[in-house]
Design a protein around this ligand. Structure first.
Ligand code: PEP
Length: 252
């Protein structure tokens, strides 16, 4: 890949955690980010119930917000679902789609993920599209095949480095404390970079950020973030406390 490296992004996925009182944690994060001024973009993905509240807290901060999922349609009879337009209206600039917990818990296929990513574009947000292999797929030597197929089938027409971020999250590394070795991460990210260039062309494919996610913490962030083609992190558990998340941001 020629040219300048994309500006890294570190996003904290709070999953099904957080109440109104958690705005104290968000405020502590903003304070820490303002003081440390890390050389990366910073994003929080709180549950939708507190997105608007966090939008107030983050109003004049560099920390941006993202949703964790959306429905593919704009509106309609879909009880309990939220459209990308609603997520944006609540204050988000981006939305995660295809997280492995959605793929596993809700049976979402890459075709569903692609439709959701299209909805995110339609609403004028950036899609954070997740891919990753299970422990069994890894054991069978299918990692590259699986992530390559998920990428190809989940990425909409019109994807580019501004509207899309890819997150490589090995399913077996999420919330387990296990991480792939830097050599393994380099192999997968290098492959995803090649596939992105094949799908989007040299310029856009080269500039599209590829995040690593799965048990990132302060103690391993620097090593993982310095691997070739790792352009930031998607962080779960260690993003819930400002102190832990700031420890990860210190990698930048
Ligand atoms: C995630 O689920 O996106 C994630 C990376 O979780 P954790 O950091 O807790 O492994």
């Amino acid at each position: 890949m020629a040219g300048k490296k994309p500006r890294p992004l570190v996003a904290g996925n709070w999953k099904m955690n957080g109440l109104k009182a958690s705005k104290k944690e968000a405020a502590a994060l903003l304070k820490g980010v303002a003081a440390a001024n890390p050389k990366c973009d910073v994003m929080l993905c709180p549950p939708a119930t507190i997105l608007s509240l966090f939008a107030e807290v983050c109003r004049s901060s560099k920390v941006k917000l993202a949703g964790q999922d959306c429905h593919a349609n704009t509106s309609g009879a879909h009880t309990g679902d939220l459209s990308a337009e609603m997520i944006k209206n609540a204050g988000a600039k981006a939305c995660i789609v295809g997280h492995s917990e959605r793929r596993a818990d809700h049976g979402e296929s890459s075709t569903d993920v692609k439709r959701k990513a299209e909805a995110v574009y339609r609403a004028g947000m950036m899609a954070i599209i997740c891919v990753g292999e299970t422990a069994e797929e890894r054991k069978d030597g299918k990692t590259l095949k699986v992530v390559g197929q998920q990428l190809k089938s989940s990425l909409p027409q019109g994807a580019d480095h501004k509207n899309t971020v890819i997150a490589y999250e090995p399913v077996w590394a999420i919330g387990t404390g296990l991480t792939p070795t830097p050599v393994d991460v380099k192999k997968v990210h290098g492959y995803l970079r090649k596939r992105l260039i094949a799908l989007l062309g040299e310029e856009l494919g080269g500039k599209t950020r590829i995040l690593y996610g799965g048990s990132v913490k302060a103690s391993n962030a620097k090593e993982l973030m310095s691997v070739d083609n790792v352009n930031g992190a998607l962080v779960g558990g260690a993003s819930l406390k400002a102190k832990d998340f700031l420890g990860i941001l210190a990698a930048y």
